[in-house]
Write a protein that binds this ligand. Structure first.
Ligand SMILES: [Zn+2]
Length: 294
């Protein structure tokens, strides 16, 4: 199936965050190995030196970025890009709490670019064969002004994400709704899959002009965005609980999509009977039901 290699979106990143917590939160980063620094933005030359010896006090998320807060006001910023993965290895001792994510440590693979070794001996490996992901450092206090976050739109699961706010972000936009929602300046964290799913739930065509949404449509869309993300996070959480993958990698899970990658199949809305259609918008596949979505 050609759509399997999907990029991580907000729910996958959130699942990775939750999976990392037991191995990394509260732990000291004892050693940092940088094998390759030419990621989407170069890994800073002093990356290992600044990070080694710090304790991770918490792991947050902003859009598709993971933010590991360290003592001394430093934040480790991680983005998985298109193909990035975080894998936790060892140790086997139960006291270290990587728990069921503990796996024997293999030799580093050709795409294992960065490794964090924690005090209790867990190895957290960042691999990314396409290298669109990144790991960098930022001062926690300056994160809101940081180039990666300064222009970022609201968190769709945050308390401020109301239909009125969504309407304001879409107002006057001539782009198709699909493109507007993929724009991280409009809403943070959405990608191709969850935009397709949210538009289906809201009954809105991906090709509709973004600025044309009014009243109830905006309410439906804001609710649909929250619902698809919450359901996916829940599905990711259940994957984490059952995690048995031999390599310990986090965050990718099989979800049930209603339109995504279902071109040619019958629409799942009761009584609809139409066929899910695929259209290409700005080089990305959009899937929608031409009858349910207007
Ligand atoms: Zn339909």
């Amino acid at each position: 199936m050609p759509y399997k290699a999907a990029m991580p979106e907000l729910p996958e990143v959130e699942t990775v965050r939750r999976g990392l917590l037991p191995a990394l939160a509260g732990q000291q980063i004892r050693k940092v190995l940088v094998r390759r620094s030419d990621l989407r933005i170069p890994v800073p030359a002093d990356f290992a030196r600044r990070l080694e010896g710090r304790r991770v006090t918490g792991i947050g998320r902003r859009g598709k970025y993971l933010l590991a807060s360290c003592d001394g006001g430093l934040t480790l910023v991680i983005h998985l890009g298109m193909s990035g993965r975080l894998t936790i290895h060892g140790p086997d001792s139960a006291g270290a709490r990587p728990g069921r994510f503990a796996h024997p440590a293999p030799l580093p693979g050709p795409h294992d670019h960065i490794e964090l070794l924690t005090g209790p001996g867990a190895r957290i490996v960042f691999s990314d064969h396409r290298r669109f992901g990144l790991m960098t450092l930022a001062e926690e206090a300056s994160l809101p002004q940081h180039p990666l976050f300064k222009q970022m739109g609201p968190e769709p699961l945050g308390p401020d994400f109301t239909p009125a706010l969504l309407a304001a972000r879409l107002r006057g936009k001539d782009t198709p709704l699909k493109a507007a929602l993929l724009d991280q300046h409009v809403v943070a964290g959405l990608g191709n899959i969850y935009v397709c799913e949210a538009l289906f739930r809201a009954g809105l065509s991906p090709e509709r002009r973004a600025g044309s949404l009014r009243g109830k449509s905006t309410v439906r869309l804001a609710e649909a965005i929250k619902t698809v993300l919450e359901e996916a996070i829940e599905a990711g959480g259940s994957t984490l609980r059952d995690y048995a993958k031999a390599d310990g990698s986090l965050g990718y899970f099989q979800n049930e999509f209603r339109v995504y990658a279902r071109a040619g199949e019958e629409c799942s809305s009761p009584g609809c009977g139409a066929t899910i259609k695929r259209v290409v918008q700005s080089n990305r596949s959009s899937f929608h039901c031409p009858r349910c979505q207007r």
